[in-house]
Design a binder for this molecule. Structure first.
Ligand SMILES: *[C@@H]1O[C@H](CO)[C@@H](O)[C@H](O)[C@H]1NC(C)=O
Ligand SMILES: *[C@@H]1O[C@H](CO)[C@@H](O)[C@H](O)[C@H]1NC(C)=O
Ligand SMILES: *[C@@H]1O[C@H](CO)[C@@H](O)[C@H](O)[C@H]1NC(C)=O
Ligand SMILES: *[C@@H]1O[C@H](CO)[C@@H](O)[C@H](O)[C@H]1NC(C)=O
Ligand SMILES: *[C@@H]1O[C@H](CO)[C@@H](O)[C@H](O)[C@H]1NC(C)=O
Ligand SMILES: *[C@@H]1O[C@H](CO)[C@@H](O)[C@H](O)[C@H]1NC(C)=O
Ligand SMILES: *[C@@H]1O[C@H](CO)[C@@H](O)[C@H](O)[C@H]1NC(C)=O
Ligand SMILES: *[C@@H]1O[C@H](CO)[C@@H](O)[C@H](O)[C@H]1NC(C)=O
Ligand SMILES: *[C@@H]1O[C@H](CO)[C@@H](O)[C@H](O)[C@H]1NC(C)=O
Length: 735
């Protein structure tokens, strides 16, 4: 992920946008720990104390000193130097593009190398519902077994075969030409192999100016490394797929003698025709990007907020009958863990002990403005990337959305009478948090990467002009409830901060819309609630957040769409530095996601993979996704910095169901279509159960790997060289 660490993020923003990202504050021991964690992790040989002890201080030559402040300065210095050194692509980076020049993982202890020879590639995966492939439902992690796997003769196009080595500011750029086969559905297959040490990295894929997919990487390990597959239904982009496109795939990576992991990627698209009827919207006739529009320069088109003004002025087609604005957003740098940030008034509460904490509150709202008027909002899902909190939580089970960051849909059909008036209109994306006075204010924390796009469905008659009433927008200010208390020791030192943030808001946009296709009232409504209890204790070294984000979005009119979502997240992190300097980082994370989607979603829900099942017109009226992942991970380091170890476990239950359109009473949870329960301990899958449409099927990728001995080799100590979560400019929770 992009982060304030220039090692992760030296060039990506270019120009003025890079400046804020490179501004750093290393004063915090907690922050130091975060950085430290990365450093230590560089040579971390997990699960093998013997090996780590013999690990020639590779990592450990990473200037960690028991004295936090000294180490911080030391580290700061190192970073600054590296920043300078890496300001331009080095010959090192260029050389390492060649596979034969790939730097050996020199930190690998000999014993581990021996074990490596026997090891298989570690299969990483994100648990998600199946996608429809030409041969039926396919597991999105690419594991075989649902329907016998991919038959030969698929209409598949290679979009990219690329090694991302030194790739900041150098996205892959390729040309796509539509295949000659008949198709109305398209599924991407992103397959990545990597070994060595590397951070998790964010990747954005564009067709020209329009972002079409956002993903992130797993963190590699010693050779033969890791591998993952993600299948992504992209049928909503038929508008693009039907004509030649410039593919711009941006995966900013950095290679030097410490961070050796190259991401070896293959991106294909499989095209097919299917008569499956779904309740989702048919693909739109037009897609309008709201982005920095740098595609013609073969460059990336994200906006970085708040540095940039994410506004486009658009001449809208006059014969539109439906329009949906889709937001793609995520926080980076000090905003990667925005959900654990403190109130602006408390950023210095532990300055004397743990240092400055990232602020602007733990609440974020992404707003879409049309001509300056609020059209809708996104209360983001808190994505935890594969190095987040503690890497032991994510290997090999990536957290929800880490490999597939979902977009948020805002139906703007009610604005069509305005947008179709022939005048240019502005679309703006804003990220807001709570300022010092706890007012919801744009700006604040740095490095939100945002883009938008508008899916537009047109009337048949190009001369038709959509009219109606101006949109009536009822968007009262959100109701905020903030409480905080500070516990001090007798000598006036801040010990514990407890802060509660609660936000509620509702929004309703209505209009009468007259298009060629239909005339009538349309509406867009959102009802949202947010609560977050944060406790920063132990003079700033421990942190706990208990979060619940809920929302219901609904579009009505000629087209119906409804999405009800719940995002619970509990994260408890402790940092201990003992007298001798021994460091322990412990993290417990439980994250859930429940989403019920009904009606004309722009994006495939997964129901299309299960056609012909019992139910109403389309089989199922709504899709229900319900998952919870929970894990605990530890990282330990001796005070002399010579030995480090770490371990962790994680388990996830995922259920995907279809609710009959008949809406049977007591059938709230619907008919189970896909179910998976998977558990990993110390880097190995130890249990993986799966059912598809009620039938047990072969275990997932991880278990397959386990079956060929992964458990044994891992058990002997191969979770090595984990560059644990990148840094964060903030509390150590961000490792
Ligand atoms: C995982 O590793 C830790 C630390 O080495 C160890 O205490 C624990 O027993 C291991 N768990 C399993 C199931 O092997
Ligand atoms: C990446 O994978 C391709 C195909 O497997 C292989 O030919 C190439 O050598 C690999 N590159 C690196 C840097 O490992
Ligand atoms: C995905 O792509 C990889 C690499 O091209 C290939 O090996 C794999 O079979 C594909 N998986 C599916 C399910 O198509
Ligand atoms: C962003 O740009 C728009 C259009 O040029 C302008 O109206 C608006 O004032 C700008 N916003 C900021 C915060 O500069
Ligand atoms: C204690 O916390 C408060 C509120 O964040 C802050 O204003 C104050 O400076 C802190 N006191 C010390 C001694 O750090
Ligand atoms: C926070 O701590 C740093 C380093 O100790 C110090 O330079 C800075 O002045 C402090 N800031 C505040 C607002 O207390
Ligand atoms: C304040 O008291 C705490 C224990 O209650 C102690 O750890 C800390 O060192 C003291 N700080 C100062 C500045 O005296
Ligand atoms: C958070 O973790 C600490 C350290 O393990 C533990 O003492 C505390 O009970 C935990 N809090 C909750 C609410 O789980
Ligand atoms: C703490 O670190 C020292 C080396 O600095 C080491 O000798 C000692 O065993 C460590 N203690 C624990 C509990 O790991």
């Amino acid at each position: 992920m992009a982060s304030p660490d220039p090692e992760k993020h030296p060039l990506i923003d270019g120009g003025n946008a890079a400046l804020p990202t490179l501004r750093r504050r290393f004063s915090s021991p907690l922050r130091l720990l975060a950085y430290l964690f990365v450093f230590l992790a560089v040579g971390l040989v997990v699960f093998s104390r013997i090996q780590t002890t013999s690990c020639r201080g590779s990592v450990l030559d990473a200037s960690f000193s028991p004295n936090a402040v000294t180490a911080a300065k030391h580290f700061d210095h190192g970073i600054v130097e590296l920043e300078r050194a890496t300001a331009k692509p080095s010959s090192h980076g260029i050389q390492s593009r060649s596979p034969t020049d790939t730097p050996a993982d020199t930190a690998t202890p000999t014993t581990a190398t021996t074990a490596t020879a026997m090891a298989t590639v570690l299969e990483n995966f994100e648990v998600a519902q199946p996608v429809l492939m030409p041969y039926g439902p396919a597991d999105s992690d690419g594991s075989p077994g649902l329907d016998g796997g991919a038959p030969p003769g698929l209409c598949t196009v290679l979009l990219m075969r690329h090694d991302f080595a030194w790739s900041y500011g150098s996205p892959f750029v390729g040309n796509y030409t539509p295949p000659s086969c008949k198709f109305n559905r398209v599924v991407l297959n992103f397959t990545v192999v990597s070994y060595g040490r590397q951070f998790d990295r964010l990747a954005l894929m564009y067709f020209g100016d329009t972002e079409v997919w956002r993903t992130s990487t797993a963190e590699p390990t010693v050779p033969p490394g890791i591998r993952w597959v993600y299948l992504k239904d992209t049928t909503e982009y038929l508008y693009f797929w039907r004509s030649p496109q410039t593919v711009i795939f941006d995966l900013g990576n950095l290679i030097d003698d410490k961070y050796t992991g190259i991401f070896n990627t293959t991106l294909t698209a499989t095209f097919f025709h299917s008569d499956v009827a779904t309740d989702a919207a048919p693909p739109s006739d037009l897609i309008i990007p709201i982005s920095a529009r740098q595609g013609a320069n073969k460059a990336v088109s994200q906006f970085t907020l708040p540095q940039q003004n994410a506004t486009n002025t658009i001449s809208f087609p006059r014969n539109a009958r439906r329009a949906v604005f889709s937001l793609s957003t995520c926080g980076q740098a000090s905003e990667e863990f925005w959900w654990s940030n403190v109130l602006e008034s408390d950023v210095y509460a532990f300055n004397a002990t743990a240092g400055e904490l990232p602020g602007y509150s733990p609440f974020r709202e992404v707003q879409v403005l049309i001509d300056g008027q609020l059209a809708g909002v996104e209360w983001p899902f808190p994505v935890i990337f594969t190095g987040g909190v503690s890497p032991g939580l994510h290997r090999p089970i990536a957290s929800t959305e880490a490999f597939d960051l979902k977009e948020h849909q805002i139906d703007i059909t009610a604005f069509l009478p305005l947008l179709c008036d022939g005048n240019p209109h502005t679309f703006t994306i804003v990220v807001a948090g709570l300022d010092y006075d706890n007012d919801l204010t744009p700006g604040g924390g740095e490095s939100w990467y945002v883009t938008g796009k508008i899916f537009v469905w047109l009337d048949d008659d190009p001369a038709s002009i959509t009219t109606g009433s101006a949109p009536a927008i009822h968007a009262p200010a959100p109701a905020l409830s903030i409480a905080r208390s500070l516990l001090q020791t007798a000598n006036g030192t801040n010990e514990t901060l407890v802060y509660d943030t609660a936000v509620q808001r509702s929004l309703l946009v209505t209009a009468r819309v007259v298009s060629q296709a239909a005339a009538g009232d349309v509406s867009w409504s959102q009802t949202l609630s947010y609560t977050n209890r944060g406790v920063v204790s132990a003079f700033g070294y421990n942190q706990l957040n208990d979060i619940l984000i809920r929302g219901t979005d609904e579009a009505n009119g000629p087209t119906h769409y409804r999405s009800a979502y719940t995002y619970p997240l509990f994260a408890n992190q402790t940092y201990t530095v003992a007298a001798q300097g021994n460091l322990t980082i412990w993290g417990h994370v439980r994250q859930g996601k429940q989403v019920e989607t009904e009606g004309a979603s722009v994006f495939a829900t997964g129901l299309e993979a299960f056609p012909g099942s019992a139910g109403g017109k389309f089989g199922y009226g709504s899709a229900v996704l319900d998952t919870t992942k929970e894990g605990t991970a530890v990282f330990e380091q001796t005070g002399d910095g010579k030995s480090s170890t770490g371990w962790g476990d994680a388990r996830q239950v995922f259920r995907f169901a279809g609710v009959s359109t008949e809406g049977v009473l007591g059938d709230e949870l619907g008919t189970e279509l896909y179910w998976r329960s998977v558990e990993a301990v110390n880097g190995s899958v130890v249990r993986d159960e799966k059912r598809v449409a009620g039938k047990a099927v072969g275990a997932g990728a991880g278990a397959a790997a386990a079956a060929v001995g992964r458990v044994d080799t891992i058990g002997k100590g191969l979770f090595a060289q984990v560059p644990v979560r990148g840094t964060r400019e903030g509390k150590g929770g961000g490792v």
